[in-house]
Design a protein. Structure first.
Length: 118
């Protein structure tokens, strides 16, 4: 097995139902991972270009589903299945999908959620 250029770690962590900050799994991350993996294979990217892997918590539950893209050192957030075509096309062209890239403020848990977790 060859080393790929990129690894996409899709958070599939599941928190109990009703947890204020939610979880990536509850927001559809398992389906996102399955479809991403399938798309990479169909486009011929899975062998050398990119591998979709599952991950436990990436500490950005409130903006999930989240995908860490390594070794590029950035994360996508709020990813839906509808975004995957654009993400995979970006992998082919070497471009990231800027509208999905998490910004510094996205890494800070919203104050409202901290109060609810109390």
């Amino acid at each position: 097995m060859a080393q790929r250029k990129r690894y996409l770690f899709v958070c599939v962590n599941r928190r109990p139902d009703g947890t204020p900050k939610g979880s990536c799994a509850a927001r559809g991350a398992l389906e996102v991972h399955d479809k991403l993996k399938s798309m990479l294979k169909k486009r011929g990217l899975a062998e050398l270009q990119a591998r979709a892997c599952t991950s436990s918590c990436l500490d950005t539950c409130w903006v999930g589903p989240a995908i860490a893209v390594e070794p590029d050192n950035f994360m996508y957030g709020r990813v839906t299945e509808a975004d995957l075509e654009e993400i995979v096309s970006g992998l082919e062209s070497g471009q990231r999908v800027e509208r999905l890239v998490l910004q510094p403020s996205d890494y800070v848990e919203p104050k409202e959620l901290k109060k609810l977790e109390g």
